[in-house]
Write a protein that binds this ligand. Structure first.
Ligand SMILES: Cc1cc2nc3c(=O)[nH]c(=O)nc-3n(C[C@H](O)[C@H](O)[C@H](O)COP(=O)(O)OP(=O)(O)OC[C@H]3O[C@@H](n4cnc5c(N)ncnc54)[C@H](O)[C@@H]3O)c2cc1C
Length: 434
């Protein structure tokens, strides 16, 4: 006889796999579906997988700081082996430069004080000692590369930065998702790949299950949308968008892989480094390479796309990001051919995720991860499992939002922060910084 399920999770990316795992750990029979052939093959595969505590909101920062411990204790969290090995967390620390544009990071360190996250003020000399390949000229606001003043220093040099010792990156986001799949399977989750959800079925005012390509109907009283950049399409299939004050859409991004400049073994001595003036963030990559992502500076046009039809080739954007880093690292070569990743973020209207129920009974969503929720995936899985089991037991989360306790940093996040019905949060950076 076919197995019956308590919950269907749409999407087996890093967040979907984590949600499936946590629901199963609460005793639910779970089916995870993905249109792709393996877990973590969607936008998760292109993730830079940086773990950092600095966000512009208190709750965002608290989750970022908490996530460090999940990755530090990854094997313990999973509780199972994976025949492919476990994803590795490189806790190299993160350095963000102080500049006039970011208020010399005064609001950031206030948030760190509030959540008890350690940091160090680094002078210009300390920055240069750790990263002898950078210059601390100030370049003002991030500019397009055809701006006549591009690359020209202006004003006083930058005074240094703030170093966050507990942060870094996960070397292989797809492997991390496979690890979650193995843990979820050990907890009883079934995964079905190459299976595309084509309809969300209703019975009265509740969800009844999904239909998949080929015509099969799969039943469950709970369905969770974790479809990444396709999240808005699934919400439309479920007919729940009208009940959302904050919505999601897909944003195209390019990430560059380039060799490190002469004079530094960035793979061994490097760290996560970000700098609002040049509008990029970087992290070490295998083979003494540097991976360069964009911080969404206002001068760059945002490329909202259809997740089923977008350009996977590198464009001038790739060169712009490398040239922006070359301002800060003058020895950086500009390779003639682009290497790296073209992928999509699932961006919410205020760049803060939506972890919530919907107006359709039994239909939930963990969406709008806005380019910055790889790190939090294992926490989000637990948060969603608590939210779903409480709501299914009759709790009215809209009227009385639940809290979620962050066990490592001993702090409670009010989940109304992630509500689909919230007002746009003006404290957001409205960028990948969250
Ligand atoms: C370039 C890039 C860099 C990033 N860098 C960082 C970073 O440094 N740090 C950080 O914390 N975060 C980062 N992120 C964000 C992070 O990677 C994402 O927040 C996270 O991977 C989202 O996971 P997910 O499971 O929600 O989505 P996805 O991995 O996109 O998974 C969604 C899944 O749903 C499936 N799906 C969609 N529609 C259907 C359907 N109809 N039927 C069945 N399956 C369906 C897809 O196939 C996909 O596998 C980055 C993201 C990108 C793209």
């Amino acid at each position: 006889m076919a197995r019956t399920y308590d919950a269907i999770v749409i999407g087996a990316g890093v967040i979907g796999a984590a949600v499936a795992l946590s629901l199963a750990r609460k005793g639910l029979a779970v089916l995870a579906l993905d249109r792709l052939p393996a877990a973590g093959y969607g936008s998760t595969a292109g993730s830079c997988a940086i773990v950092r505590p600095y966000y512009s909101t208190l709750d965002g920062a608290a989750l970022g700081w908490e996530s460090h411990f999940y990755w530090r204790d990854w094997g313990e969290f999973l509780g199972v082996d994976d025949e492919r090995g476990l994803a590795r967390y490189v806790s190299c620390g993160c350095l963000r430069l102080k500049s006039p544009a970011n208020g010399f990071l005064e609001s950031t360190v206030k948030l760190m004080d509030e959540i008890g996250c350690p940091y160090e003020h680094w002078s210009a000399e300390q920055v240069l000692e750790r990263l002898p390949v950078v210059v601390l000229d100030s370049f003002g606001e991030t500019k397009p590369i055809d701006d006549p003043t591009f690359g020209q220093p202006e004003g006083a040099p930058l005074p240094g930065g703030v170093f966050f010792p507990h942060g870094g990156y996960v070397t292989d986001p797809q492997l991390a998702t496979h690890n979650l799949q193995r843990a979820a399977e050990a907890a009883g989750v079934d995964f079905r790949f190459n299976t595309t959800v084509t309809a969300v079925r209703r019975s009265g005012d509740r969800v009844a299950g999904v239909s998949v390509a080929g015509g099969e109907d799969l039943d469950a009283p709970v369905v969770v949308n974790v479809a990444g950049p396709h999240s808005y399409k699934i919400n439309r299939l479920a007919g729940v968008e009208a009940g959302m004050n904050v919505k999601t859409r897909a944003l195209r991004h390019e990430v560059c892989h380039v060799p490190a400049p002469e004079g530094i073994d960035f793979e061994k001595r490097g760290l996560v480094f970000s700098d609002g003036e040049i509008g990029v963030y970087i992290r070490p990559e295998l083979g003494n390479h540097i991976l360069i992502g964009s911080e969404d500076p206002p001068c760059d046009e945002r490329q909202w796309v259809d997740p089923d039809d977008f350009n996977r080739d590198f464009t001038e954007q790739w060169r712009a990001q490398v040239m922006r880093l070359a301002q800060r690292m003058p020895g950086l070569g500009i390779p003639p051919r682009g290497r790296g990743v073209v992928e999509l973020y699932d961006v919410s209207d205020d760049w803060i995720p939506i972890y919530d129920k919907s107006d359709l009974g039994g239909f939930y969503m963990a969406v709008g991860s806005s380019g910055n929720q790889f790190k939090t995936a294992p926490i989000v899985g637990e948060m969603m499992a608590e939210l779903i089991t409480a709501c299914e037991a009759g709790h009215d989360h809209d009227a009385d939002p639940l809290g979620f306790h962050l066990r490592y940093i001993d702090r409670t996040v009010a989940l109304g922060f992630y509500s689909r019905r919230r007002e746009i949060n003006p404290q957001s950076s409205f960028s990948v910084l969250g």
